[in-house]
Design a binder for this molecule. Structure first.
Ligand code: 13P
Length: 246
């Protein structure tokens, strides 16, 4: 399985962030031997305002482009929302759905996330479906039950998938932006649990405080098919090191 290293810029980045993309593209095109390997997929999900210009300028340059969220409908009276079709039109090939920040900030439940994942497939995008437990849920011994429930409720209906790709991202909420990560054993056991739920062909990413310093160890864990990187994807040098670790 080709590893996928994905950067989620969240609500960060102005036009000037183009210099970071320049560095990344340079690294992907021979500037950094390990990070230039074409048996690694590299994806950047910038804010929607930057998606179209970046995807146009840096098309076919070793970096894939994605959105951070989409609406379930193709168009309509939904002020401020962006459809999967619009993301595809802007040059995206992927879209993150069900990120814990959307689930928390916007009250998105599993059924909404599922509609978004199905919208992504409808528009020809690969959805990255995010799941993960909170600290309280882990401490209560509920992590697998919670993640299993999120998968059951958020994954697109099989008849909408066919032979299309879906990516799952396991992001423990308590590990996001905190510098904390689960032990490698805990990552292994959750990824093996998710593997059992989604079958043998899906890439399962780990996300939550992935840094150049821990990427090698995490990416070596069984059933970890890549990383979804937040903070460390904003600086090209850090992101390049994580790609090189893969
Ligand atoms: P950090 O890498 O900043 O912890 O964020 C992870 C994340 O939420 C990626 O989607």
């Amino acid at each position: 399985m080709t590893p996928l290293i994905a950067g989620n810029w969240k609500m960060n980045g102005l036009a000037a962030a183009r210099v970071e993309v320049d560095r990344l593209v340079e690294a992907r095109n021979g500037g950094h031997q390990a990070a230039a390997r074409d048996d690694i997929d590299v994806l950047v999900c910038p804010p929607a305002t930057l998606l179209a210009p970046f995807a146009a300028e840096f098309a076919e340059k070793g970096v894939l482009w994605g959105g951070q969220d989409c609406h379930g409908s193709a168009s309509g009276a939904h002020t401020g929302d962006i459809s999967a079709e619009m993301l595809a039109d802007a040059g995206a090939g992927f879209v993150i759905v069900g990120h814990s920040e959307r689930r928390a900030d916007h009250g998105e439940g599993d059924n909404v996330v599922k509609a978004k994942a199905e919208a992504a497939l409808r528009a020809g995008l690969t959805p990255i479906v995010c799941v993960g437990e909170t600290k309280d849920q882990r401490e209560a011994g509920d992590a697998e039950r919670v993640v299993g429930g999120q998968l059951a409720g958020s994954m697109p209906a099989p008849e909408t998938v066919g032979d299309r790709e879906i990516v799952i991202a396991y992001e423990p909420v308590w590990a996001i932006g905190t510098g904390l990560t689960p032990t490698l054993d805990d990552i292994a056991s959750m990824h093996s649990f998710i593997r059992g739920a989604v079958g043998p062909t899906r890439r399962i990413l780990y996300g939550g405080s992935v840094k150049p310093t821990n990427a090698k160890d995490i990416l070596r864990v069984d059933h970890v098919g890549g990383a979804l990187v937040g903070g460390a994807s904003l600086k090209a040098d850090d992101f390049i090191e994580i790609i090189a670790a893969a």
